[in-house]
Design a protein around this ligand. Structure first.
Ligand SMILES: [Zn+2]
Ligand SMILES: [Zn+2]
Length: 391
């Protein structure tokens, strides 16, 4: 194969378009579709983009978006091409997490919890949305589906941090952008082969590896146990997403393990967290964040303690939920009687404080300062004072 992979011209494309793909390897355990497609292309002596053009050129839009979030027609076409069942193809995509990790939906939305967007533009990924463990690659060279998940910050098997970019040149990883002289996964920009990378060990005293293993386990099984009862995994991840937001974006951070993990790992959760979505956060911060939130959600005792030490009101526990999962409702209902509506004087004092500190007068900022949820529609009086900016 040293002579390189073929680059067919359009004559070849017309001949192959309606044919089945002769050599199609079986997917490895939890293999990502883009990874499998690249391996298949190379086995057929072609680069992924050429190979895609030859066999699937009606689906160019899929190739130039997120190959691991394809549409249903593509899945059907792929299944025809290689003779695998549709469900086998679908299982390699990130859509296979629907109903387990998040609610099903038609379009990929960047606000989808726990999936890192890759932002594929102009032929390569712009975001650091795909990660890998080089030691896993050395054992078996393929990219695992879970390496697109936000909470995948370490490899539980090798106990190292995952890498989210080329260690040589720093570019985001784009599997399908392939050099014709390569047979192993590599960086399109500098040619570095990812299997040759080294990665930092996670300190032994940190609890984060355990947290990631636990999340994988829940996702794998499709359910979790809490207080001796079994619930669907999705109801865990919904609450997890909410707690991540509380800790990260709303700075609800009184929790022992947080300081401890920050010291062990040597990073601090940033304070300008408002508005930043947690998947854009540097990997080691995500690691600390998920270690902490998994710890909080690990028992009734911990959840209650978290609520108590942070003096959380119902509004904080329920905002953003359309309906909250049954197992979680129990905690929230305890606080039902506690919600109160601030009087105008309290609001005015809060606004004065905000002005002094240079905090922008917005509903969200006000709610945060007051520590309660105030409904904009129901409080015309607040709306009036909120908009009258004093100099
Ligand atoms: Zn590994
Ligand atoms: Zn590189």
């Amino acid at each position: 194969m040293s002579s390189g992979l073929y680059c067919f011209n359009s004559l070849g494309a017309n001949r192959l378009r309606d044919r089945k793909i002769p050599i199609h390897p079986q997917p490895f355990e939890n293999e990502l579709l883009s990874s499998w497609f690249c391996r298949m292309s190379v086995k057929n002596l072609s680069t992924p983009s050429t190979f895609f053009g030859l066999h699937l050129r009606d689906f160019k839009a899929v190739f130039s978006a997120d190959l691991d979030w394809p549409n249903g027609e593509f899945v059907s076409a792929m299944s025809e091409k290689v003779g695998f069942s549709k469900s086998k193809i679908l299982f390699m995509t990130l859509k296979s997490y629907e109903g387990y990790l998040f609610e099903s939906q038609n379009r990929f939305s960047s606000s989808k919890p726990f999936i890192n967007p890759v932002n594929f533009r102009g032929g390569s990924n712009r975001n650091y949305g795909l990660r890998y463990c080089p030691y896993c690659l050395r054992e078996k060279e393929y990219f695992r589906k879970e390496w697109r998940l936000t909470f995948s910050t370490v490899c539980p098997k090798h106990k190292v941090f995952l890498l989210d970019r080329c260690p040589e040149c720093g570019k985001p990883i784009t599997l399908q952008k392939w050099r014709s002289d390569k047979v192993n996964f590599h960086c399109w920009n500098c040619g570095f082969e990812f299997r040759n990378a080294e990665s930092d060990k996670v300190p032994k005293e940190s609890k984060g590896v355990e947290a990631v293993s636990k999340l994988y386990e829940i996702l794998d099984k499709g359910y979790f146990e809490f207080e001796g009862r079994v619930y669907y995994s999705i109801s865990y991840f919904k609450v997890l997403a909410h707690f991540v937001k509380m800790v990260y974006n709303l700075s609800v951070r009184s929790w022992n393990l947080l300081k401890k993990e920050e010291n062990i790992i040597g990073v601090n959760l940033s304070n300008q967290a408002k508005g930043v979505v947690y998947y854009k956060v540097p990997l080691k911060e995500q690691y600390v964040l998920f270690s902490v939130v998994v710890d909080i959600l690990s028992s009734r005792e911990n959840i209650e303690r978290f609520i108590a030490v942070n003096n959380l009101k119902k509004a904080y526990l329920t905002r953003d939920f359309v309906d909250y999962p049954f197992w979680y409702k129990e905690f929230v209902d305890k606080y039902t009687g506690e919600s109160y509506s601030p009087i105008l004087l309290e609001v005015e004092n809060a606004l004065k404080y905000m002005d002094r500190k240079g905090i922008k007068r917005t509903w969200d900022n006000l709610r945060e300062i007051l520590g309660v949820w105030v409904e904009a529609k129901k409080r015309k009086d607040i709306k009036r004072v909120l908009n009258s900016v004093k100099n």
